[in-house]
Write a protein of this length. Sequence first.
Length: 153
Amino acid sequence: MHRIMFVCHGNICRSPMAEFIMKNMVKDEGLSESFLIASSATSTEEIGNPVYPPAQRELARHGLFPTSKYAVQLKKSDYDKYDIFAVMDENNLRNIKRIFPSDPQGKVHKLLEYTGSGRDVADPWYSGDFETAYNDILDGCKALLDKLKEELL
């Protein structure tokens, strides 16, 4: 079982997009039973709020509908529940260290590290460009899934 937690600042844009993209990818591969996939926030600002409407619209353009998702905050106890914490950018990396003061098992990574670039996922909150964020996340999820499928073999 691979347990993945996608993390961004508010859990209303990028991390829920990643959660639903990855869930769809593992379903399409017939691997749903081998994965636990969730998303959370490093802040408390959006807790309880649904996925941001422009993020919902971008996901819907790709046949994904996150209507049951509401923002939750990452908790210290999550460290033992998940194998990978895929954060969207450098700020999330810095913020996650308040919740997990240490990462002894090396579980925390930027999502796009899996593509080899290590750059930040574009932040649509400021740019309004949800398509670029979607494509960044899709690339990161594909690379992460490829890596994890190798481990399943």
